[in-house]
Write a new protein. Sequence first.
Length: 346
Amino acid sequence: MHRTFQRHLPCTLGGFVLLIALELVSSRSVQGQEFRTVSGQVVTEGEALISSGVTVVLERRDGKRSAEIHPDAQGRFELAELRRQTYTLIVTAEGFFPTGVYLDLKDGNGPVDLRIVMHRMPKVKTNSPMPALTDLSAPKNARKEFRSAVQALQGNRLDEAREKFGKAVAEYPCYARALTGLASIQIAARDLDAAGANLRQAIRCDPGFPEACALLGKVLNSQKKFVESEETLKQGLRLSPEAWELYDQLATAHYNQGQYAKAQEEWLRVLAIDPAAPAELHAKLAAIYLQGGARDKAYAEMQAYLRAEPKGRFASTFKAMMPRLGPSGAQGATAPQPEQPAIPNP
């Protein structure tokens, strides 16, 4: 059994975003004891290669590192002779959200082949009157621990980053930015209760800190707690009306409740704030327009998506659908659902 999970970090710290397909192939054994092989390829959303600067780390269940390798120029990597147990695979690359995969190699036979899609870090825009309220009031030692945590995170030393974020919070329990960083790593470890508690504390301490609201909203959407997510995101938007990630998550909450007109309004607002928002936003709007029978608008959004991501994950689907969306196009065409990947419960 293989479960994928989504790891989130605020944009100022880096974050975890996951959209991966797993394929099982043939089996093998070594010296009478069956082992497993994990291989894969690392690509961008547009299927482009990241030729250098990529690190793949394999951690055991106890958090200890089993292996660390760098993919080749084609993004390929292989980890051979792995024991039949659970692991966490963490992939990092400069300028991209770190991506994690939970691997359970106890069940099934044969190698596991992964295609790991890395997402570029977006910029969060905000007009918040209190963009870093607790940054200014955090004592010197807390800020020092926070800076050390960020450096550890940038160096892919997640255990050290977790420890440093924890020390920053211990020095100053209302340090919203450090609470959010700590929560992000807890989400990566599937400790959602602790992460949720830290994010709610961050919001209580600094209601104008949009990263905490966006991250909590995304977690709640993944848990299908859409009403609570909507309340959290609207609270954030009252103080950060230009943080487009809040509108994006609010639209996701509306969409999954069948409130398509509201979802459309919020996703259009994202484009109004940042016309260079991620290409997948056009796929989401295409789904909304098809839901309402607006085929011309759906066609235009598919074109916009293909211009931005000609080899993206929806590209082949849209290319097949678009000829049917002309004046005599089929009435029943539907776009891929814009739901975000779920975070499994611990």
